[in-house]
Design a protein. Structure first.
Lengths: 251, 68
C-alpha cells in the first residue's frame, strides 16, 4: 500500500469522527462553560495519547502474520459496519447524519443540566460531555491509525494523518463557531468503509495464510470493486418513487 | 451498581467491536477460519474473504431494510 493511501484512509476516518466530537464540544462550550469543555477535550486527548503510546509499541512486537489476521478481521468488521450505514443512508433507509440537529439536541440537554464544580473543573457537566465525546469518537480512530500504521510499519505517518485531521476539523469548528454541517460526512463514511473493508479483506486473508494473486497489487483491484459494489447496492436499495419509507431504528 | 457498570462496559465493547449486526462479525470470523483451514492445502484461499463480503453485506442490508 502506498503512503498516500495510508494517509488518506486514516485522515478521512479521523476527520469524520472529529466532526462529530467537535459538535459535542461546541454544544458543551456554547451552552455552558468553554473552559470546562476545553479541559474535557484536553483530558480526552491525553487519555487517547496514553492508549496509543501504550498500544503502539505492543502492536509492533506482535508477529506480522498474527497481527494481520486479528487486525484484518477487526478492520473488516468495522469496514462492513461503516459501509452498511453509509449505504443505508445513501439509499434513504436511514436518516442522514445531521450535525445541526445533533448540536440542537446536545445544546438543549446541556442547558437543562445543573452546574456543579469538581476540583479545578468549574462545570463538571461540560467537562464530562466533552471528555466522553472526544474519547468515544477518538477510540475507533486511534485503533484504525494504529493498526494501519503498524501493518504498514509506518505509525508516524498514520499519527500525522490523524493529528492533521483533528487540527483541520478543530480549526474549522473554531472558525465558524457552529457545527460543521457542510462537511460531506456520509460520503466520507462511504469512502472510509470501502478502504477499511478492502484492507481488512487483504490483511485478514493474508494473516490466515492466503496468498493474493499479484501480491499488494490485489488492493488496487479490491478498492474499486468494493466501491462499485457499494454504489450498486445503494442504487438497488433505493425505494421506487412513491414508496413509503421508514428509517431504520439503528443509531 | 457494580453490575450496571459491568453491563455498560460490556455494552460499550460489544458496540465498539461487533456493531449493529452480529451476523457480520460472525460471518467474518467464519470466513477467516475457513481461509486459514484451506490455506495449507493446494487450493487457493484468497477468494474466500471477498466472497464472504459479497454475501454478508447485501444480507445485512436486506435485514436492515426489511426491519425499517
Amino acid at each position: 500500500m502506498s503512503s498516500a493511501a495510508l494517509f488518506i484512509a486514516v485522515f478521512l476516518a479521523c476527520a469524520v469522527e472529529a466532526v462529530e466530537a467537535t459538535t459535542i464540544v461546541l454544544a458543551a462550550g456554547t451552552a455552558r462553560d468553554w473552559r470546562s469543555a476545553l479541559t474535557g477535550v484536553a483530558a480526552g486527548l491525553g487519555l487517547l495519547a496514553v492508549i496509543v503510546a501504550g498500544l503502539g509499541p505492543a502492536l509492533t512486537a506482535i508477529p506480522l502474520q498474527s497481527l494481520r489476521l486479528v487486525v484484518g478481521g477487526l478492520l473488516l468488521v468495522f469496514g462492513l459496519q461503516w459501509l452498511r450505514k453509509a449505504i443505508l443512508r445513501a439509499s434513504g433507509h436511514k436518516a442522514l447524519h445531521d450535525e445541526e440537529k445533533i448540536f440542537a439536541t446536545e445544546l438543549s440537554a446541556a442547558g437543562a443540566a445543573e452546574a456543579h464544580q469538581v476540583g479545578y473543573v468549574r462545570d463538571w457537566y461540560s467537562f464530562t460531555l466533552s471528555f466522553k465525546g472526544v474519547v468515544l469518537e477518538g477510540l475507533e480512530v486511534a485503533f484504525i491509525a494504529l493498526t494501519f500504521g503498524s501493518n504498514q510499519k509506518n505509525i508516524p505517518l498514520a499519527a500525522l494523518a490523524a493529528v492533521s485531521a483533528v487540527v483541520v476539523v478543530a480549526a474549522g469548528g473554531v472558525a465558524v463557531r457552529a457545527p460543521l454541517a457542510r462537511v460531506p460526512e456520509n460520503s466520507m463514511k462511504f469512502v472510509v468503509g470501502v478502504m477499511l473493508t478492502s484492507f481488512g479483506t487483504f490483511w485478514g486473508a493474508e494473516g490466515a495464510g492466503a496468498h493474493w494473486p499479484g501480491s499488494d497489487a490485489a488492493l488496487l483491484v479490491l478498492v474499486p470493486l468494493y466501491a462499485l459494489f457499494g454504489v450498486l447496492l445503494s442504487v438497488a436499495l433505493r425505494p421506487r418513487p412513491g414508496a413509503k419509507l421508514a428509517y431504520s431504528a439503528e443509531a | 451498581m457494580v453490575l450496571s457498570k459491568l453491563k455498560a462496559f460490556y455494552d460499550f465493547w460489544y458496540d465498539f467491536i461487533v456493531g449493529d449486526d452480529w451476523r457480520v462479525a460472525i460471518g467474518v470470523v467464519v470466513a477467516l477460519s475457513i481461509t486459514w483451514g484451506i490455506s495449507g492445502s493446494r487450493f487457493p484461499a484468497w477468494w474466500l474473504v471477498p466472497a464472504a463480503v459479497v454475501l454478508l453485506l447485501p444480507y445485512s442490508l436486506w435485514r436492515a431494510v426489511r426491519t425499517s
